[in-house]
Design a protein around this ligand. Sequence first.
Ligand SMILES: NC(=O)C1=CN([C@@H]2O[C@H](COP(=O)(O)OP(=O)(O)OC[C@H]3O[C@@H](n4cnc5c(N)ncnc54)[C@H](OP(=O)(O)O)[C@@H]3O)[C@@H](O)[C@H]2O)C=CC1
Ligand SMILES: O=C(CO)COP(=O)(O)O
Length: 337
Amino acid sequence: MSRAATAIGVLGAGSWGTALAIQLARNGQAVSLWARDPEHVAAMAADRRNARYLPDNAFPDGLQPTADFDAAVAAGDVVLVAAPSHAFADTITRLQPLLQPGQGIVWACKGFEPGTGRLLHEVAQKQLGDDVPLGAITGPSFAREVAMGLPTAVTVAAFDEDFSREVAQRLHGEAFRAYTSTDMVGAELGGAVKNVLAVATGIADGMGLGDNARAALVTRGLAEMMRLGEAMGARPETLTGLAGMGDLVLTCTGDLSRNRRLGLALGRGDDIETAVRDIGQVVEGIGTSTEVRRLSKAHDVSMPISREVFGIIHQGQDPKACVRRLLARDQKPEHAS
Ligand SMILES: NC(=O)C1=CN([C@@H]2O[C@H](COP(=O)(O)OP(=O)(O)OC[C@H]3O[C@@H](n4cnc5c(N)ncnc54)[C@H](OP(=O)(O)O)[C@@H]3O)[C@@H](O)[C@H]2O)C=CC1
Ligand SMILES: O=C(CO)COP(=O)(O)O
């Protein structure tokens, strides 16, 4: 099969893979959208929509669902991975032997490798070496709104500026602005850490703590993200930009956020298993809270809000006790000198 700059394979037909596939097809790309379940593929092909994840959005003509992983990888010069972060490493391992010279990989997953805290570009680089162009799509972007064609801005980060430009050009279009960045660490860190902070603000809102508390959590959460970012080599402007502050504002305030919705349920006193089942889609903040805890310890960075989210999710701690602990912390200057 010949590969072309006007064709692309998207691996993962959840809500975000499907929305990005719709956006790419809107821009005239021939899109092969791969899903792992052949029945799901058959249903999408018949309905010309993804009834499981984005039922309200019809597929543009250029979008073809496929159950053929190899064909999706071979479709274009760029392969877009849109699996949850816990499936990222396996996806890279599976596609590695299929990669042809000149092909690049970009992903839309927001999280860390479970168990190691590695950023996804570190996972990909370790597996593939330095010769394969790699990039990450991040920023404030609810799948449903992108699929509807509502105005959205994202960042495409890659060490290789030509590659980030190429991916951005494929995505950029009417109502969809794709910026570029060379700060992979900041772009990936912002998109991952915001998941934990969206759970935190959801919990506060679920407990009825008010608008002041939400604004305080967003702002102090950003301070946590920036401290970790400084320790890990992120650029501060990335974290005050779309990948950090932008996504933080979106997911800490927008009820389409699955992470915020998990928090709302926990804050109302629901148990986590029921909340996750009711949401029915990936909630990255659950695993990410463990990895943020790991990284904050490894880099000796104070992240009290993220720590309490970890305690509530993984240690069964009472949200009320967590709030009391946060409020009882020592008084101090807002900005460390
Ligand atoms: N939805 C959004 O608005 C946005 C999501 N993201 C990020 O995109 C990534 C994907 O999320 P999203 O599409 O929303 O998730 P969804 O829950 O909507 O869909 C999950 C998708 O991943 C597949 N999947 C689940 N487990 C595995 C696995 N072990 N191996 C391979 N595939 C698997 C599912 O397949 P199946 O149906 O067969 O179970 C499904 O296609 C996440 O990292 C998320 O943070 C980023 C920006 C926006
Ligand atoms: O990352 C997202 C929007 O930018 C999606 O957020 P949730 O995973 O919390 O739904």
